[in-house]
Design a binder for this molecule. Sequence first.
Ligand SMILES: O=C[C@H](O)COP(=O)(O)O
Length: 249
Amino acid sequence: MPTELPTTPPTMLLISVQELAEVDACLAGGADLVDIKDPSRGPLGRPAAEQVRAITDRVGGARPVTVAAGDLGELPAAGLAAWADDAGARFVKLGLPTAGEQSTLAGLSAVRAALDQKTALAPVLYADLLPEPPPLSLLQSLRQAADASWLVVDTADKSGRPLNAIWSRQQITQLLSDAADAGMRVALAGRLGLAGLASLRRLAPAVLGVRGAVCVGGRTGKIDAALVSTVAALVCAGPAAARVPSEKT
Ligand SMILES: O=C[C@H](O)COP(=O)(O)O
């Protein structure tokens, strides 16, 4: 996700790819942002560093690239930073299964401190693991701990309800407002289908992210360019103009 944005940006479409062969379909279909993850390893499955390097090379700067880094605690902070360096990841998304706990904020700070300063860190909240959307105070704490410009909302259970069935439009509208007050832009994801995307698009989030909806054979299947096109037409007018991608400002 870019960290330099126009004043009133359109909603951008993020597509999560799992392998090199999916990159062309993702770009041809009109994705604005290319996200790399290993969906077989969980909602934010951390891909192998060499896979990240290969996919990033294939994107070749045509789009900003983000990378899923698994969940907080899966690796020690130093190990996560070493993986990010090895992968050349310049924008990592880190899942927080226990977002409200003090130890989570401490862990997030440790990861931030370990990562290269040029690597942006986006905390990821799992809507289905929270009783309700986070209050402003928690958003402010997350922003501070991660020095984050972006907040990602996703779902942990990839056979469960989509984000738009977990939180109401009113709750998501409030979250977007609170995140802006906390100084973060928001990417919304989590089993979003066409109806969910159309509904959430009207709330004008900075980014809508999908994988399952653009795959043939489910989220561990293969991305289909025609499905990406359909979703892109729904979410945005077309690929975003070239913007400085992933480096932290
Ligand atoms: O970041 C976006 C996610 O990859 C969303 O995946 P999903 O649409 O399969 O829930």
